[in-house]
Design a protein around this ligand. Sequence first.
Ligand code: PMP
Length: 405
Amino acid sequence: VCQWKQIPLAPPDSIFHLTVAYKADPSLQKINVGVGAYRDEDNKPWVLPVVKKATGILLNDPTLDHEYLSVTGLPEFGSAAAKLILGSNSHALAESRVVSVQTISGTGANHLGALFLSRFYQWNGPPVVGLSNPTWSNHDAIFKNVGITPVDYPYYNPATIGLDYNGFLAALRNAVPRSVFLLHACAHNPTGVDPTKKQWTAIADVMLEKGHYAFFDCAYQGFASGDLDQDAFAVRYFVERKVPLLICQSFSKNAGLYGERIGALHVVSSTAEEGARVDSQLSVLQRSEIGNPPSHGARLVSLILNDPDLFEEWNRDIKTMAQRIIAMRQELYHLLTKELKTPGSWEHIINQIGMFSFTGINPSQCQVLLAKAHIYLPTNGRISMAGLNSKNIRYFAESLDKAVR
Ligand code: PMP
């Protein structure tokens, strides 16, 4: 007997679907700009040289075994990861107010953070989280899974292909006090549009005024500008201003450790005593969710963060990735505006930051790119700069030019 007759078929993941179609396409000119992972000049995944080196060190370490880590993870990973995002001179760290838990990468950090809030946050009404419109496609499901209702706040303005700053601030002002807002720490996914430092200041002002809670999702530290400190600006600024917050941290992109599932959840409390209680409850939640986190990625990142030479090398590898992406933005901008004289304004290509760019093209133009040029992208017009390289960028620009004329 079939027990699951009543189950409807779930819709396929659209990005996954794109990749399957791309792989099946025999065209030699095909380009995949849908993929959310870094690719090098040869369109290949890139194992960071520093990760190769750290892997070698781990393989030759006779003291390592396959015992369980503690429930909250490898301690020297957690403390170094906290220092990386908060800064080595962070007051919150010096005052032992930060609780760090190793998670199943950024997704797991989002889940554990959401679960923790669903259980312990002092909700002012039914549990609701503000999500930027648009946002990473998984946020919605992650919060719904733990009984928190996602509500959009204005973020992207299609007319300017930039930030809807006034709409965003108004949403913060009009929300009930002590609301929870998810903020992308840097390199907003999918738009590539970030607030300026001045705008972050005003956002923090309103959040403090209203007693809101900031749920920071930080999946791209270092990947946006090439500088780990610069990309941590918003988080560090909010911590200094004492906006109540937590941070979800991922090492998928900046260390190229996608499949190792290594990340952390950092909850910043007002006192060390409060932190100890938060820590105890996070351990209980983590125990029932995943038991103990996996060790390999934690060991790799811990080695890199705690060894000054490896850390410096990692900084160089991050710059290699970020600079390639920035160079692709500049090249695409140049081709569209100077060589092809493509109609429309393309400033946003160089103003946006991180791996993704919202091109501003409409769904039917995306369809034309797919059908006529074998260029694979989601219908919201988001492209991953990592899918472009010096060999395919001219073809991409020419195809985009034809599609918008
Ligand atoms: N948050 C955002 C905004 C992301 O873009 C991603 C990666 N696509 C993640 C979280 C989580 O990725 P991971 O679980 O691989 O760290």
